[in-house]
Ligand binder design. Structure first.
Ligand SMILES: Cc1cc2nc3c(=O)[nH]c(=O)nc-3n(C[C@H](O)[C@H](O)[C@H](O)COP(=O)(O)OP(=O)(O)OC[C@H]3O[C@@H](n4cnc5c(N)ncnc54)[C@H](O)[C@@H]3O)c2cc1C
Length: 200
């Protein structure tokens, strides 16, 4: 498979793009050094590779929203990335795209043991969700073999599962809701902490 030719107009706007991203994100959250963007050139489907124009590593929903608003306004494609363990090339960038990695978004925001509910940021690894609740006798059931590395956001996008899913279902059966940032930077909540409930 040949990677598509990059959009020359987007490539020419790289300095402006990087400057604008740098104005809304911490300095070390915008990566453009080719030696560093190399780490994001593929996912676990390593047959296909392409270093992106830039990589951003936001730590908050606000930073994600600001990033997407800028890219949307400038017509720059964005490729979201969890931990890059997809075997299907889902996180494979193009040369004119920005990879938005969620690795810094790894906090546990809330635990509600009575209602068997935990709210985590998108980049929290699958196994560390269990790590946050196991002292109380709970575990997060969908368990892909990559659970030590893969992120909850990647699990949601791929509807992942593992051996426990035979009894407890896949990701969709265990997901109550998401806070999602649309490509223009709009933040929306889908679902909630209980069935048929709106708002996180
Ligand atoms: C050794 C190995 C074993 C595996 N075992 C299993 C298994 O047992 N079961 C299984 O189901 N899968 C398995 N996988 C596949 C893979 O681990 C899963 O698909 C996992 O859910 C991917 O998560 P990730 O965080 O690495 O996502 P990534 O690879 O980073 O991304 C996957 C997709 O999700 C999208 N995405 C990521 N984050 C976001 C976001 N914040 N917003 C919007 N889209 C986003 C990406 O754009 C991409 O399309 C395995 C992979 C490996 C390498």
């Amino acid at each position: 498979m040949e990677m598509p030719a990059p959009d020359a107009a987007i490539l020419s706007r790289k300095p402006e793009l990087v400057a604008r991203l740098g104005a809304v994100l911490p300095e070390d959250a915008v990566i453009t050094d080719p030696a560093e963007t190399l780490a994001y050139e593929c996912d676990a489907l390593t047959a296909y590779r392409c270093p992106p124009l830039a990589v951003v590593l936001p730590a908050t929903t606000e930073e994600v929203a600001a990033t997407l608003a800028i890219c949307h306004e400038m017509g720059v494609p964005v490729v979201p990335r969890g931990s890059g363990t997809s075997l299907a090339g889902g996180a494979l960038p193009t040369a004119d795209s920005v990879v938005l990695g969620v690795a810094r978004m790894n906090a546990v925001l809330e635990t509600d043991f009575e209602n068997r509910f935990v709210r985590v940021q998108a980049g929290r690894t699958n196994l560390s969700v269990t790590g946050a609740v196991e002292d109380e006798g709970f575990f997060y059931a969908p368990d892909p073999s990559s659970q030590l590395a893969c992120a909850i956001s990647g699990n949601i996008a791929m509807n992942s599962g593992g051996a426990h899913c035979l009894k407890y279902g896949v990701t969709t059966n265990n997901l109550m809701g998401v806070r999602m940032v649309l490509m223009d930077g709009t933040v929306i909540d889908l679902g909630g902490r209980a069935s048929r409930c709106r708002g996180l």
